[in-house]
Design a protein around this ligand. Structure first.
Ligand code: ADP
Ligand code: MG
Length: 245
């Protein structure tokens, strides 16, 4: 990889009690790359994403964001998080705030963006991603898929350096999954750098530049989707795929 990775895990270890959840994980994500994490439930996908966002602290190893060691204890976690967009399975929009207020809150409070500018950008972004007519609605008036799309808009309003997406379609009814995946496709087209954990294997195949298979906290195999899905090199990868397909 020639460019400095946008985000890089080096030798990352994480243990909960006596359970080694990440066992020395290395992963470097290039600018504009879409990396999709796959693996059985409990394999450490969410924990890896959480260490990248400093929600969980690594026990050993380091995480670099554009070359900065963000796991250095002297680093301010909030200023790191301000550079990273995160969307989880459950959207957690504030029910008492309109879509536009939800989308602009962090930009104003965390980034100090002036209210007028945040609202203008928020409306423009919602508009360009097909949610313009929802700006003044309250979240409970939106479908689950629309709410999750709003959560994604909220995450990208401040143009984060990397977007971490954790099972963003798992809580949705099947007929609502497509519109959320379409939005991720659009972000890829616009050049976002994305690390995403998903159970949607067909989507992983379609959108990933690189698929990473985790098993019990170890990176077992990684490669382009055609390799991972059509010609896995490692028996554990083949076994996992046989179970989920
Ligand atoms: P995945 O996202 O691949 O399903 P996770 O990263 O959520 O896997 O979990 C990996 C393992 O770590 C699981 O066995 C889970 O129970 C455990 N784990 C995750 N978070 C915690 C925590 N806060 N405390 C204790 N165990 C945890
Ligand atoms: Mg998970």
């Amino acid at each position: 990889m020639s460019a400095v990775p946008v985000i890089e895990a080096r030798g990352v270890r994480k243990r909960f009690d006596d359970h080694d959840v990440l066992r020395g994980l290395d992963l470097a994500v290039a600018p504009h790359e879409v990396v999709v994490l796959i693996g059985a439930s409990g394999s450490g996908k969410s924990t890896l994403l959480k260490t990248m966002n400093l929600i969980e602290r690594v026990d050993d190893g380091q995480i670099f964001l554009q070359g900065d060691d963000i796991t250095d204890p002297r680093v301010d976690a909030d200023s790191v998080r301000a550079r990273i967009g995160v969307v989880f399975q459950h959207f957690n929009l504030f029910p008492h705030m309109t879509v536009l207020d939800n989308v602009t809150l962090a930009a104003r409070k965390v980034h100090g963006m002036p209210k007028g500018e945040a609202r203008t950008r928020g409306r423009e972004l919602l508009e360009s991603l097909g949610l313009g007519d929802k700006a003044d609605e309250y979240p409970d008036r939106l479908s689950g898929g629309q709410q999750q799309r709003v959560a994604i808009v909220r995450a990208i309003l401040t143009e984060p350096e990397v977007l971490l997406l954790d099972e963003i379609t798992s809580a949705l009814d099947p007929q609502l999954v497509g519109e959320v995946l379409d939005l991720v496709r659009e972000l890829k087209r616009r050049g976002s750098t994305i690390v995403m954990a998903t159970h949607e294997m067909s989507f992983a195949r379609e959108v990933a530049d690189r698929v990473v298979f985790l098993k019990e906290g170890v990176l077992v195999e990684q490669g382009p989707p055609e390799q991972i899905f059509d010609a896995p090199q490692h028996p554990a990868t083949a076994e996992f795929l046989a179970r989920v397909r």
